[in-house]
Ligand binder design. Structure first.
Ligand code: GLY
Ligand code: MN
Ligand code: MN
Length: 444
């Protein structure tokens, strides 16, 4: 047995991605993309390896210590992969390796070499190409090695070798491709969202006063892991009571109290694609009157924001819609005073809503792709996937508001794909109406 292509994306689609990238780069260019690094956790244990998203997008190759080179039009092969050699001893301890043989047989590489031959072979692959595309500023060690390979080519120019004259960020040509998801990518993201929604339902069912935040985290992980998510797509947030007001809370170790809301922001990663879902609900299964009042505001803001998502709408439209509904609600309930337009104009809402309404979602939870083009917010297009995640957070010590509002933190986050007709909510299976939530909390 060896390591083979395990992705839900087909070998044909990986080849299509490489072809698209090469056609955008131009025939005089070369792309050099390193695999992710393996990080030490402590002493002699390591964090679970997770492949670099750009590298995986182009190869489906999930091993560390690898590097891929794309050379449009090269007769001996346009896709060259360097990787760890087969090694019986190492494979017994640490798992199967594809080796250069497997890279050619199963991953579509036209040529593959042991990673130890990088310094010897890379300069020759760069020679004769005008422009180099590579990630820069991500792995300092790679940046340095790349400049070494470029120097090695330049050292040969007197012998008639042409050295590249420009170095470009790979991001500029690759990330616009990653921004638009194919049907196969959307199918994986739908599955990641369904699995994650089940995790949220399990957590809601397990919640009750006296249980710990980490018990809800365990319910999430159970659903994710059991259905094939190798890991959460980011550190799960389970924040009860005033912890819900800490946007990146991650300790998840508080004992939940009667009367608390709990905010869960968690999603699984399936085949390198993320889900990112937030739900907020009462630990005892009943929203108090102030909790219900603010929950209704956030839910109305989220629905208004989602309703703006369609092809041609601005990236900014969901945010503007959410801010308007949130500000109206804050005025209606007396947390802000004044005219809604003035309060939006002066950013007064930021006291209670200090983040933006969403981000691109894909292989990375905060996925790649520009939000502006030529100084304008980007128009949405079919195949883009974004989160819509308004919230309200009233600091526990905010003396500008009545005491009953203090310490309430609410966010509702869904994953939304732009379709030809409008949009589709991938994470719709996570309950978010008050009736659905109250019916489910505490039932396990
Ligand atoms: N979970 C990270 C975010 O919502 O952006
Ligand atoms: Mn998010
Ligand atoms: Mn989130």
């Amino acid at each position: 047995m060896t390591a083979t292509l395990k992705s839900l994306i087909s070998a044909t689609e990986f080849a299509h991605r490489r072809a698209q990238l090469m056609s955008k780069m131009g025939s005089d260019a070369v792309a050099v993309v390193p695999a992710a690094l393996h990080y030490r956790r402590n002493r002699d244990t390591e964090y679970r390896f997770r492949q670099d998203s750009d590298f995986y997008y182009l190869s489906g190759f999930a091993e560390p210590e690898a590097l891929l080179v794309l050379l449009p039009g090269r007769a001996e092969g346009e896709f060259v992969l360097f990787c760890r050699p087969r090694d019986r001893e190492m494979e017994i301890w640490n798992g199967y390796r594809a080796g250069p043989e497997g890279a050619e047989k199963d991953f579509g590489a036209q040529q593959a070499f042991p990673i130890a031959e990088l310094d010897e072979r890379l300069p020759a692959l760069l020679a004769g190409r005008d422009r180099v595309y590579a990630p820069m500023g991500v792995q300092p060690d790679f940046d340095q090695r790349l400049s070494g390979w470029l120097s090695a080519v330049r050292a040969k120019t007197r012998a008639g070798v042409r050295a590249p004259s420009a170095l470009h960020l790979l991001d500029a040509v690759l990330h616009p491709l990653r921004l638009i998801k194919s049907d196969a990518e959307i199918a994986i993201m739908q599955r990641a969202a369904d699995i994650s929604a089940e995790g949220h339902r399990r957590a809601m069912a397990w919640a009750r006063p006296g249980r710990y935040e980490y018990e809800l985290e365990a319910e999430l992980l159970h659903a994710f892991t059991r259905q094939g998510c190798a890991a959460p797509a980011y550190g799960s947030i389970v924040g009860s009571g005033a912890n819900a007001c800490t946007l990146h809370y991650g300790e998840n170790d508080r004992r939940m109290q009667d009367g608390d809301l709990v905010l869960i922001d968690a999603g699984g990663e399936l085949d390198h694609y993320a889900a990112d879902i937030t739900r907020s609900f009462p630990v005892n299964g009943r929203f108090s009157a102030p909790q219900k009042a603010l929950y209704d505001v956030v839910l109305a803001a989220q629905l208004a924001a989602i309703a703006t998502v369609r092809p041609g709408a601005s990236w900014q439209a969901p945010h503007d819609a959410a801010v308007r509904v949130l500000t109206q609600g804050l005025v209606e309930h007396g947390l802000l005073q004044g005219s809604v337009d003035d309060l939006i104009q002066s950013n007064a809402f930021r006291r209670f809503y200090m983040h933006r309404t969403g981000h691109w979602l894909g292989m990375d939870v905060h996925d790649v792709g520009d939000y502006q083009v030529d100084g304008q917010w980007r128009p949405l297009m079919p195949g883009m996937v974004l989160t819509v995640e308004p919230g309200l957070y009233v600091a526990p010590d905010d003396e500008t508001v009545a005491e009953h509002w203090r310490g309430i933190g609410i966010r509702i986050e869904d994953d939304v794909v732009v379709t030809a007709q409008g949009h589709h909510v991938l994470s719709a299976n996570a309950p978010k109406t008050i009736a659905e939530i109250e019916a489910l909390v505490g039932t396990a």
